[in-house]
Ligand binder design. Sequence first.
Ligand SMILES: [Cu+2]
Length: 241
Amino acid sequence: MTTTTSTRNNKSAIGGLIFVLLGVIVVSTVGVVLHTLSADPQKKLYATVSGTMSTPQGVLPHAFIEEGVYPDSVLSKSHGANGGSHPGWPSYGPATHLVLPAHSYVTMTLTVYDSGEKLNHAYFGKVVGTVDGTMTIDGTQVSALPADGVQHTFTLHGLPTSTQDPLFVNVPLPKMTDDQMKVYDDKGTLPVGHKVVFSFITGGKGEYVWNCEYPCGDGTYAKFGAVMGQLGYMSGKVSVA
Ligand SMILES: [Cu+2]
């Protein structure tokens, strides 16, 4: 009787151990996968400081950073020469992890090459968080775009936290019309594109993210599937250092 009970106890102990081990394996696999997806194969792009700018917050270092927004990943150059595993996906490039200096006046130039349809929400058609609430498109100052005039957005934000300064910028990027898509640059490799320039002021050091709020993914979930669900194409990191 004693023997049977202890065998049964051993069996349930072994069963419990296997269950715990399986749990550990599942949790660590999920952890490794999530870590790989969010880890840094994301190339970094550093803003360069040149001169100063007088602002309501005093004279600040003036930093510059330039990116492009491309209709496919080959042109973006941020996923290897052949565009990586999804060459057909639109992408920012040449990098998706932006590094900006703290307490600086940052001027960002985005040259944008994609077509577009309509935003899910008109809010993201507004310019928010830039110096004086505007941007320039090919030299013309604007503060908003119509919801159906957008190709992607650059939306920089952080999580609500008391440990770092808030930073929020939303810039809608003007879409290229079919005719504009046919006018190529000198090298004949890209359409001429629209040049979008805007400036904002960084606070103290912190980790932020940016993403696109234009529904440029597949139909899985309100066009927020595929490319919109994967880091490093229409989303990335912003380190204020
Ligand atoms: Cu997008």
